[in-house]
Design a protein around this ligand. Structure first.
Ligand SMILES: Cc1cc2nc3c(=O)[nH]c(=O)nc-3n(C[C@H](O)[C@H](O)[C@H](O)COP(=O)(O)OP(=O)(O)OC[C@H]3O[C@@H](n4cnc5c(N)ncnc54)[C@H](O)[C@@H]3O)c2cc1C
Length: 486
């Protein structure tokens, strides 16, 4: 007999996972169909990790409203779900009269949006806040912050799962049909899934899913941003993100501290139509370093440890003008389908308010019964390195696996890797372990621990060497033996 879901969510990024989590507050049978092998392989794991204040978006837009709400609630969410969030503030640094005028306008816009804690500061105060910065004055946003985007997304997904949502990885939706009773059938490589409600939270795939639902005509372009990650040595030199004065459409190349003490530089914004290429050309890295050095001259090549990039799905009109978030139900074309289009920045900040907005649309059409068993709390894997000596000793006594360090750079223990391998979502890739523990994220980028972690996956999950994958489907760590005993 075919299984019928109340809701199938297409896309398990931060937005799809926030929707799954918020919907699990109700008595709904929920499934998440994700084409990748984990929840943060696309945009949700490829961004600046900044919790925006909400001042940069047009007053009255969903981007402004949901961002301000997401910013206000991030502290409580981080406590409930046990992910790292630091309300460190942020500065937008200027030096010309024109910059000053833009910053004054930004403050007026921010206040109209409901963002609080915005002030103009002089050079003295700016250099007290960020001694190494170059600039004459700044707008200081007290309430901006930084978040660990991986654990934030994973936490939402794990909490949704603990409250009953099913996660299906490697389940790309390739076709959608609706029968005479209004039941949707979603085709994936592993079978057809049936549901009363569909949610399109497919990020870069939003246009394609929208087309499958019959809601045609959305034009989505990609804006690709590259980044350089710097060694933790640089972390103490940057207590908060430093941005230039923004233009109307682009926040500019900034330097951002991360919740784990690195610094990231970027992003540029190149228009792209290929949503699968994440390479970072050398000339882009040079450009990022040169631009960012004008604001924060602490950038040295010897501190580069990795690069990465992300692609924003921007919904544009026929004239190429960037549009607001679109969150809609088109009762005339696709009843009981919640269609999210153009969820670009500040989608990370706004994910939970986006989810609540989407559920609000659903509740206008169907009575939702509260789930009496909903538990908003999720605990992550404790970070051994961040515990006190006493706590560390106690843990080693309880479990000797805490006494063996596997990743030397980030001091991740065997017990943490084991907890990650046995994660609740059943993710079994190297990147899955990396994002859950920070192993392989340090200076040596896995040179020391990678092979040991691959071996632990083999042993714990009973996999052959050739079955261990790095991140994406088919990204095998090993293809066979170079030499073999006969
Ligand atoms: C360079 C950059 C910097 C950014 N910086 C910030 C920031 O500092 N602060 C902030 O608030 N926001 C920021 N953002 C925006 C933020 O990252 C995104 O808005 C957010 O991650 C979007 O989440 P999502 O879940 O919609 O998308 P995604 O994370 O892309 O998730 C969509 C998921 O859908 C899956 N999918 C797609 N098609 C299908 C299909 N057919 N079947 C099944 N699954 C499918 C994908 O595999 C993917 O996992 C930034 C983005 C970029 C690119």
């Amino acid at each position: 007999m075919k299984q019928l879901y109340d809701v199938l969510i297409i896309g398990g990024g931060v937005v799809g996972s926030a929707i799954a989590r918020e919907m699990s507050r109700y008595t709904l049978k929920i499934g998440v169909l994700e084409k990748n092998l984990d929840v943060c392989y696309e945009t949700s794991g490829r961004n600046s990790g900044v919790v925006h204040g909400g001042f940069a978006y047009d007053t009255g837009s969903l981007k402004a409203r949901l961002c301000v709400e997401g910013n206000k609630n991030m502290g409580q969410l981080a406590e409930e779900l046990d992910f790292k969030f630091i309300r460190c503030g942020k500065v937008l640094v200027g030096s010309t009269e024109e910059d000053m005028e833009t910053l004054r306008r930004t403050i007026r816009q921010g206040e109209a949006n409901g963002a609080s804690g915005l002030e103009l500061i002089d050079s003295k105060r700016l250099h007290e806040l960020v001694p190494a910065v170059v600039g004459e004055f700044a707008m200081f946003s007290h309430n901006s912050g930084i978040v660990d985007p991986f654990n934030y997304t994973i936490a939402l997904a794990e909490n949704a799962h603990a409250n009953g949502a099913d996660y299906f990885f490697d389940h790309e939706v390739t076709a959608i049909e609706r029968d005479a009773d209004g039941i949707y059938a979603l085709t994936t490589p592993h079978g057809i899934f049936h549901t009363r409600w569909v949610v399109n939270s497919a990020g870069l795939g939003c246009g394609r899913i929208s087309d499958m639902l019959g809601i045609k005509g959305y034009k989505i372009i990609g804006s690709k941003g590259d980044y350089i990650i710097l060694d933790k040595r640089t972390g103490p030199l940057l207590p908060m993100p430093v941005y230039p004065v923004p233009s109307n459409t682009y926040m500019g190349i900034h330097v951002t501290n991360t919740t784990d003490g690195n610094v990231i530089i970027g992003p540029n914004a190149d228009m792209v139509f290929d949503f699968t290429y994440y390479g970072v050309p050398q000339e882009n890295m040079d450009y990022l370093a040169e631009s960012a050095s004008n604001l924060w001259p602490c950038i040295r090549r010897q501190d580069y440890i990795r690069n990465y990039s992300g692609i924003l799905p921007k919904w544009v009109d026929d004239n190429g003008a960037i549009q607001d978030f679109k969150i809609e139900i088109r009762d005339d074309i696709a009843p009981r389908a919640i269609n999210l289009v153009g969820i670009e920045s500040p989608g990370l900040t706004a994910a939970v308010p986006i989810a609540r907005y989407a559920i609000g649309l659903m509740a206008e059409r169907e009575k939702l019964e509260p789930n009496p068993d909903f538990n908003p709390v999720r605990r992550g894997i404790p970070r051994f390195e961040e515990l006190t000596k006493e706590e560390q000793n106690q843990l080693i006594l309880e479990d000797p696996d805490y006494g063996e360090v596997i990743c030397r750079c980030e001091k991740v223990t065997r017990a943490e890797i084991l907890a990650a391998i046995h994660n609740p979502l059943g993710v079994d890739t190297m990147a899955g372990i990396k994002y859950r523990t920070r192993s392989m994220m340090g200076r040596c980028q896995g040179g020391y621990c990678q092979m040991r972690i691959a071996q632990m996956i083999e042993e714990e999950l009973g996999r052959k060497e050739t079955e261990v994958q790095y991140a994406r489907k088919g990204s095998r760590m090993f293809f066979g033996k170079v030499r073999q005993e006969v």
